[in-house]
Design a protein around this ligand. Structure first.
Ligand SMILES: Cc1ncc(COP(=O)(O)OP(=O)(O)O)c(N)n1
Ligand code: 3NM
Ligand code: MG
Length: 555
């Protein structure tokens, strides 16, 4: 018997061109029996994948297949699932069930995919790529639910996470009443975990009121009776509770997860993200309980991180799954890309000198920039970590407001925590290659080099510049080997990276350094010539004049 039903979503007439009711496969009849619990599809958990021989030298990566709708605004749906899995280090393949036109205002249109084509996508992925976990989101027609359940019978996976999407966070209906029966009778009995919000839990239970944590508990129990192994009722919308409370029921015990509400409107896609993060953790081998804990922690961090980002003009914005947008926006505030001319006058701070002259780190940095310093490095050998971080944050603001890059000496952790533009490392510090892998492609990394070999390694390790010295003897750095002007010239001639000269340089001897006239030499880095003086800004002004004049003279 074939029917061509027309389903209405928010006033849109949606027609699945494929039949909703298909001849029932013999195997499938078992799983739609009324006694959901006894007829659960047997799952030999993890057996299939683990028994298969792996080609030698290859690493199997955890893999989630998401079966969901596309969100053109990319805050929810397939796009959220992809980003969440990527953020959690899990591969994510996709079967698209519907394409929605939506943004931060709401859902403007829905186009449901033909269920035969959904089946084709499922076959393609499940037959070849063998996902560990399947996560479902928007399943907009009973036919699609049926196709999915059949595929899950044919291709077994370790776990099924069902996010029973029915209404979008903007209040638009994404799966109509016809789906309810399919969810209850076909999909939920197969699920390892189902993650309804309050409205979805209430709908699944025929409109049960959901006003208290006690209501959530009783809903979790009733939904568990439908067949899923675990039920997580999400209480984010619970008005009666100051905290956000989620309730998990595993058939025996209740667990409550409480967290402080994050004040943000950027919450579009939190449901999809939580479910796909749970799926990702299950794919990595976590138990359901710890998968929920980790997934919740991840979502909370992403929401907190994104609470002030602005995308779209609607009521509810997306958040930043990869927690990168804010950092990028901050580093873009420098206003221009980093350039070797930034090295002309490189000011390097010193804890003891600031103390001696009664200056805060921020005051010292401000004065150096006012005098013309083109780049700043915080080299705080004696500062306590907390004090260093607080002062570094202040210096980041000062430098940003002047468009001057700020680097941190030695301390990658401080650089990350304060949002600095990069780091400077020496031969016995964190290797530049490791620093690059931690800091990513954008941050500036400098390496101290005394020889052409070290300069070559800095280049291959992904550094952006090298510091070469000591050009002259210095009291600022103990036991420092002096390479002299000759040593500096040799390194500059061999280096593939821009070079900044350092060590004992001041107004009286900066001229011969810049007059070496080697193209790679871009400037001088100084500590005591600026910071062990009464007026940092005056010294910076005078030194900059010497450097600029000497540079002009050799051109
Ligand atoms: C620009 C610049 N060049 C060299 C150094 C020295 O770094 P390193 O060799 O790691 O020694 P410390 O400064 O950490 O004592 C530098 N800081 N800046
Ligand atoms: C931090 C540092 N690194 C050096 C190197 O040779 O790599 S010399 C040095 C100290 C530079 O201080 P001042 O300008 O007071 O001489
Ligand atoms: Mg160092």
């Amino acid at each position: 018997m074939y029917q061509h039903p027309t389903v209405s979503f928010m006033g849109f007439q949606l027609c699945s061109h494929a039949p909703f009711s298909i001849p029932i496969h013999h195997k499938f009849q078992l799983s739609i029996s009324r006694d959901f619990r006894r007829t659960r599809v047997p799952k030999p958990r993890g057996m299939q994948q683990e028994e298969e021989p792996k080609p030698s030298g290859k690493v199997r990566v955890p893999h989630v297949l998401t079966v969901a709708g596309s969100d053109s605004g990319a805050g929810a749906g397939i796009q959220a699932d992809l980003k969440a899995c990527a953020a959690r280090g899990v591969y994510c393949s996709t079967v698209i069930t519907a394409v929605t036109a939506q943004n931060t205002v709401g859902v403007q249109g829905v186009n449901v995919l033909n269920e035969d084509f959904v089946r084709e996508q499922l076959n393609s992925v499940l037959s070849d790529m063998r996902p560990d976990v399947v996560k479902t989101g928007m399943l907009p027609s009973p036919g699609i639910v049926k196709v999915l359940c059949e595929s899950l019978q044919e291709f077994q996976v370790r776990a099924l996470v069902v996010d029973p999407v029915m209404v979008s966070t903007s209040g638009d209906v994404l799966a109509g009443p016809l789906i309810l029966a399919s969810f209850r009778e076909e999909l939920l009995p197969l699920a390892d975990i189902v993650t309804p919000n309050l409205r979805e839990a209430s709908t699944l239970l025929g409109g049960l009121p959901m006003e208290t944590v006690a209501d959530m508990r009783s809903a979790a129990k009733s939904i568990h009776d439908i067949g899923p192994r675990h039920v997580l009722v999400k209480g984010g919308d619970l008005l009666a509770s100051a905290d956000a409370v989620d309730v998990l029921f595993d058939g025996k015990e209740f667990y409550e997860f409480r967290s402080t509400r994050i004040k943000t409107l950027n919450t579009h896609g939190t449901g999809c993200t939580l479910a796909s993060s749970i799926a990702a953790e299950l794919a990595r081998g976590s138990s359901v309980l710890s998968a929920i804990k980790i997934a919740k922690r991840y979502v909370e961090s992403a929401l907190d991180y994104s609470k002030d980002i602005l995308i779209g003009g609607g009521r509810q914005g997306p958040f930043d799954h990869l927690m990168q947008l804010k950092n990028n926006a901050l580093s873009l505030r420098v206003g221009r890309p980093f350039d070797p001319s930034d090295f002309l006058l490189y000011a390097v701070t010193d804890t003891a000198m600031n103390k001696k002259w009664g200056r805060s780190m921020g005051d010292a940095v401000k004065a150096a920039i006012e005098g013309g310093a083109t780049i700043v490095q915080l080299r705080e050998k004696d500062a306590e970590t907390q004090d260093f971080l607080e002062a570094a944050k202040t210096c980041v603001e000062i430098c940003r407001s002047h468009g001057v890059p700020l680097l941190i000496n030695d301390r990658i952790d401080i650089a990350l925590a304060c949002g600095a533009d990069g780091v400077h490392v020496g031969q016995s510090d964190m290797p530049a290659r490791v620093a690059r892998s931690i800091l990513g492609p954008d941050k500036i990394i400098g390496v101290s080099c005394k020889t052409p070999e070290q300069a070559e390694k800095a280049w291959t390790d992904g550094a952006d510049y090298i510091g070469c010295g000591g050009v002259y003897p210095t009291n600022t750095k103990e036991n420092n080997i002096t390479v002299g002007l000759d040593g500096l010239k040799t390194v500059c001639l061999e280096s593939k990276l821009p070079v900044v000269a350092i060590g004992g340089i001041g107004i009286s001897n900066a001229k011969p350094v810049m007059e070496l006239g080697v193209p790679n030499l871009k400037g001088v880095a100084v500590v005591s010539a600026l910071f062990d003086r009464e007026s940092v800004s005056t010294e910076a002004q005078n030194l900059l004049r010497v450097i600029v004049d000497a540079t002009k003279a050799v051109k």
